[in-house]
Design a protein around this ligand. Sequence first.
Ligand code: WTA
Length: 670
Amino acid sequence: MTQENITSVLVEKRTFSPSEDFVSQANLNKKEYERLKSKAETDFEGFWSELAEKNIHWFKKWDKVYQWNEPFSKWFTHGKTNVSYNCLDRHLKERANKTALIWIGENGDKRKITYGELHREVCKFSNVLLSLGVKESDRIVIYMPLIPEAVVSMLACTRIGAVHSVVFGGFSKEAILSRINDAKAKIVITSDGGYRRGEIVPLKNNVDEALKKCNSVEKVIVVQRTKNKIEMKDRRDLWYHELLSSSSEKNDAEKLDSEHPLFILYTSGTTGKPKGILHTTAGYILWATLTTKWVFDIKDSDVYWCTADIGWITGHTYVVYGPLSCGATVLLYEGAPNYPDWGIFWKIIDENKVNIFYTAPTAIRAFMKAGDEWIKKYKLTSLRLLGTVGEPINPKAWLWYHSNIGKEKCPIVDTWWQTETGGILISPLPGITAIKAGSATFPLPGIFAEVVDEKGNKTKPEEDGFLVIKKPWPSMIRTIYGDDVRYKETYWSRFKNEPAMGRAGEPAKREAVYFTGDGARVDKDNYFWLLGRVDDVLKVSGHLLSTMEVESCLVNYPLVAEAAVVGYPHEIKGNAICAFVVLKNDVTARSDSDEAAPSGIVEDLKNYVAKAIGPIAKPDQIRFTETLPKTRSGKIMRRLLRDIASGKTTSGDTTTLEDASVLEKLRTNE
Ligand code: WTA
């Protein structure tokens, strides 16, 4: 990596070009990139057809590359394939003895699992699921720590055509309950517990609590991890290791339709109810495979580590499906970045000679704050490529990552994508792109991204606008599980394409385009700069949260009458949560530190949210107020609250405010 034009960290024009060494060995070179890009523009179907044929194993070829019935798409129709087959069976000839997973437990346990072994275990577990009566399209909830059995469970579901819904192990019993009920899951796979900073998270107990309020679940399969005492309910609860010991190793992957549902993953929306994002088989695995090859430049010799949990989309696409489909060696680490100390990630990289490392800006900022002495103890010479995902990375953190972790020689791929997009859509290509710190650079070949204004017209260079995707792509969301109307409203109702030329006499037609919910800007060199969410969804420590979800939780608290939740900038978390709370009439309190507050209410409220949603949703600040700023029609003006929470003077129009004195009162409460 050579650094050009580095004069000041404030100048945006600096670019970082890949070194000649990197360029000469990259999976995707400039010539091929240009060919792919222009083919995607001139022959969209031919482009996808060529890639699908070359990169995926098919039991039966498709009839049509894609069908578009706005806003529903189908890809590679009537083709037959299997995700588990693509991730395992097709590697057995050449890679049966190659390490597929290097797993490191928080307590230092270590296991290496070859492709041959992983295939055997997945086959056995697939047979277990079949013997329990699981049928194609049945939903299975996976609520587990980051252990190999979680990966086995995901792959076994996809092998037999069951639909998994992975619930992040840090979520509460209420979160599991709502997800089990929404998907009407038949089976839950969990473990007795998981380790988190030396403590045991009681996963199985949480499942037991959730199941008291749901009746779709027939069996609970429990992996033994922590050996803490748990209750096993007769006839419902079964031990994973016991089931596996008597299960056959022979299992042929189901030949599934390209559009067979693959998984549901819940993400936060602008209402309190999480959205079950549905992905399907062929299109998803194609794009997961391609982007892993192109963006992470995966080689057979690489040890690849993406630090995401499997409870998030990054864990699905870039811990499990993409890298295994490429036959890579994947490192999995169960623990937190600061336990037993802030050096643990760097120790793991040195000890396992990790070559590719993919993490989130929030983690990078936390490492910066922890101090460089943790890094100086380690060499980090094995690294050749770095990545980030989850939120915009500020140039300061980018530069820190570049020099302290990448030692100024590793390209950094800042990858923009979403749970809904299934895989990376905007990112540098490490052997091609001249990178600007803080920009996700350009859409990948086949992806037609654009920044538009309120009216849906393309913005001028340097102008802020909304990020839309103008053409469908194979790994796109198919719908919100069980709610086509919400799917249409959320993603396809806000912007339309420029009108296509209508034939003589026909009105010109405007087609809906996919709205990402993100603000963005394109600079004069066509680089994309992401500006964060434009709706009421917040990224806190890299995790999406809906302000509504936190609000509806707060108003469930017996003393609370009303609440409004906003984000404000936070050095490490990206955003922190500030909750403005109106207490019921007979209770008075003002601010976080107010001595008049009923004793302990601030802590109680914070813990209440943490318990109901999960520790990541815990508000950083609670501010009490007598009223909230509202428009005459009764809408809370969150824009004003955001200004107050971030200590800014209010800019913009306040004339729609019903009671102008509210702002003054809120300020004096600070
Ligand atoms: C944000 C995570 C800027 C964005 C894969 C998006 C980013 C949301 C980046 C999706 C990036 C993700 N630069 N912003 N490189 N990557 N985002 O569904 O706001 O958890 O809409 O998927 O994260 O979050 P999700």
